[in-house]
Design a protein around this ligand. Structure first.
Ligand SMILES: [Zn+2]
Length: 577
């Protein structure tokens, strides 16, 4: 069906704007949500709207960025120049301290040492959102100064994760790009007496630090200079010497007790190979990089609180400009730790199959579970810059997701642990069911005869003479139970519709239309400090055959069961109620 000119234009402009925001690739889900958001009346015509949007997305995604820009300029002059400011200005984030329009630079500095997770999403979204709010710049900086931790696949996974979230950095860089400069600043610090080379072993350093005492390396500048030369000419073995900040060994804040700024690491760095052996720690690289990158507002999680003094002390001694440090609480859900220390062993032991397991807080896992990037963004912005240590309930994220998908998910039938139901006095026929009770998402034809499946849970509640309604079909009365080979079966009779109103309604699958189907339900991965052995439940049952025709990634709602994302032809993953 054709839409009027006005609607066609809205679809086209929305797809084009979305494409330009996402490197030329617009997304059906997002466009549907945006279009019905601005034109709620189109909800009643989703059956035609979704194919129309899908077709437009395909057509526009096949064009070059330049063509997309030109088309948008033609369809809606001026739109292509606008950034996401309009959307951002509705953001619930509080004003940023000392921020001036056009002069804000934020950065997200992940270490490419693992897969991105919900905690990264929070930091990146807040950093990006503030940059846009003040028409500033947002930098993605891979904090890659430990070759033993970093892998190319993690740089890629982080970039892909951010792209999925719809985050578009203005600048992408690596800390390792600046390694020569970082070395220069390290030397400068030693020459000015602000740091020294320590060759004590790890244990001695640890013990003296705990007792608040300096080691011998600290006092002689000539020794430091001689050792500094050796650090560059290869005289020191792996881990044999470190550069330490000359802090205050008796400071109450132990982070100030001469922390390590550089160490010698022999390892192949994924970006620059093995030609560099002297690598800065996060404590040194972060403030220097933030300063030279022009960052005005450096946001980081509250766990770094004790290191703030060190951050500023390093910049002070180097005479570098100091960004404002802003803290927020890190994001994780109850029972779903983001720490690699807790997740990695489960993967190594094969308890959790992959990093995209829907139980995990990785972006791949969250995506696979069925959450949409827009829901994550709204959720993160609703949390804002809170410093509260309490973990937000995952139900809040679910509510944001439900609000987006509710209107365009088809309502379909799945019965868990099926029990057979035979109905007397009915004949075979083909019925037409609506795919959504209120919105027009089309219809489907279902062949029915006298045999059905209902869920064991529903069957268990039924007694002889009970009356129930098979949803969208007819009312029945239970006549008897009959044992068959494996489980209880029910015999019922169809009864006239008008006998009783308000009787319980249950979903069903016609035997002639049933396909074996599994739904994966995930629960908290950890109960307290222990792995939860019941964190994954596979529900087996039957779904109507229509489900097998849907594409992977389609979101649906199984009636009286919950929202699910289709994972492959015979499996779905439960997203939420
Ligand atoms: Zn020492």
């Amino acid at each position: 069906m054709a839409f009027n000119e006005d609607t066609e234009k809205i679809i086209k402009v929305t797809v084009l704007k979305n494409a330009l925001e996402y490197k030329g690739k617009s997304r059906v889900d997002t466009v549907i949500a945006k279009v019905i958001g601005s034109r709620p009346d189109l909800r009643s015509n989703l059956k035609n709207l979704i194919p129309k949007i899908t077709e437009t997305v395909q057509k526009i995604n096949s064009l070059s960025l330049a063509d997309q820009k030109a088309l948008l300029e033609q369809a809606a002059p001026g739109e292509s120049q606008k950034k996401k400011i309009a959307e951002s200005s509705q953001a619930p984030l509080p004003p940023l301290q000392g921020a001036e329009i056009g002069n804000v630079v934020t950065r997200f500095p992940p270490e490419p040492s693992g897969y991105p997770h919900i905690g990264h999403a929070k930091a990146a979204i807040i950093d990006e959102e503030y940059a846009h709010m003040y028409n500033g710049k947002f930098i993605l900086r891979f904090d890659d100064t430990n070759p033993l931790n970093e892998k190319l696949e993690y740089y890629e996974a982080i970039s892909e994760g951010l792209e999925w979230l719809g985050i578009r950095p203005d600048i992408v860089k690596n800390s390792s790009d600046d390694i020569q400069l970082l070395h220069e600043y390290g030397k400068k610090l030693i020459l000015s007496g602000g740091a020294y080379v320590c060759t004590c072993n790890q244990k001695t350093i640890h013990d003296l630090r705990a007792r608040g005492l300096p080691c011998e390396c600290r006092n002689d500048l000539n020794v430091a200079l001689d050792r500094l030369k050796k650090m560059f000419d290869g005289s020191f073995e792996h881990n044999a010497a470190v550069i330490r900040f000359k802090g205050d060994m008796s400071n109450q804040n132990t982070a100030m007790r001469d922390p390590t700024l550089f160490r010698i690491i022999d390892g192949e760095h994924p970006k620059i190979g093995n030609k560099i052996r002297l690598w800065p720690t996060y404590d040194f690289a972060a403030p220097v990089e933030d300063s030279i990158d022009g960052v005005t507002h450096a946001m980081r999680t509250k766990e770094y609180e004790l290191r703030n003094a060190l951050y500023f002390a390093i910049l002070d001694r180097l005479g570098l400009r100091k960004p404002l440090l802003i803290e927020f609480s890190r994001l994780e859900f109850n029972g779903v730790p983001i720490s690699k220390r807790k997740i990695k062993p489960l993967i190594e032991k094969g308890i959790v199959k992959s990093w995209s397991d829907p139980r995990l807080p990785t972006l791949m896992g969250i995506k696979r579970k069925g959450f949409l990037p827009d829901a994550i963004r709204k959720f993160v912005l609703s949390l804002g810059l809170t410093l509260a240590e309490t973990k937000p309930p995952v139900e809040t994220l679910e509510a944001f997701n439900r609000k987006i998908i509710d209107s365009y998910c088809m309502r379909l039938f799945f019965v868990k642990d099926p029990v057979e139901l035979q109905i007397q006095n009915v004949s075979s026929k083909e019925i037409i069911l609506k795919n959504h009770p209120n919105n027009d998402l089309g219809t489907r034809k279902v062949p029915v005869s006298d045999s059905f499946y209902i869920s064991a849970e529903d069957a268990a509640k039924l007694n002889i003479n009970d009356e129930i309604r098979l949803m969208d079909l007819y009312n029945i009365k239970i006549i008897k139970f009959e044992p068959n080979q494996t489980r209880k079966a029910l015999i019922a009779a169809a009864i006239p519709e008008n006998i009783r109103q308000g009787i319980p309604k249950i979903q069903w699958v016609a035997k002639s239309d049933a396909i074996p189907y599994k739904v994966m339900i995930t629960r908290e991965l950890y109960l307290g400090e222990k792995y939860n052995p019941n964190s994954l439940e596979i529900c087996e049952g039957y779904a109507e055959s229509f489900v097998s025709m849907l594409n992977i990634d389609t979101r649906i709602q199984f009636v009286r069961f919950g929202f699910c994302r289709i994972d492959d032809s015979n499996n779905a993953i439960f997203t939420h109620r």
